[in-house]
Design a protein. Sequence first.
Length: 202
Amino acid sequence: MAGLASKKTKPERKCYGKFSIIEALKAATSAHISGEIKDAESLYKQVIKMSGMDSVAFANLGVIYKQKVQLDKALSATLKAIEIEPDNAGIHMNLGSILQDQGKLKQALSATLKAIELQPDYSEAHKNLGGILKDQGELDQALNSTLKAIELKPDNVDAYINLGFIFLERGQLDKAHAEISKAIELNPDDAVAHIMLGRIEE
């Protein structure tokens, strides 16, 4: 899963017409969080046009392209963000998620490991690592990575769901049921967890 990037340092405040860069970026992020994807995409592009070198705008535009399953565009935007800000763990994690969706599991693994190298306590990156390892058929390693994600963030709903998938593939239905039930306990509205529970209970 990809996450929204954020600035570690304050953006340069230059004014271009209606918005300064920082105002446009705030407006874009707000629209993105609110689900106004078309507006967010337009505003991120405006920030890029104004600044040319804003890693957050490129990274979050990559997230939008991934949501729209425009994976080549997502990859290009995310690589540009890494070129600008190579030490941002979240952007490397997003790169891994895009590569995973493209079926490039070896490259996805490398990008996700880089995210963990930059931020060892990054629960989402450990969760994503578990998903990549699961896709590679490395279920024991996938299990360890996913458990690490939960250790770091005990309310990580997606990690419990991934854990359920891993136990399901291992044929451990009782454990799969327990982990998916935990995900639903944490987020009763999670549709994926309910679908998974239905599969297990069939």
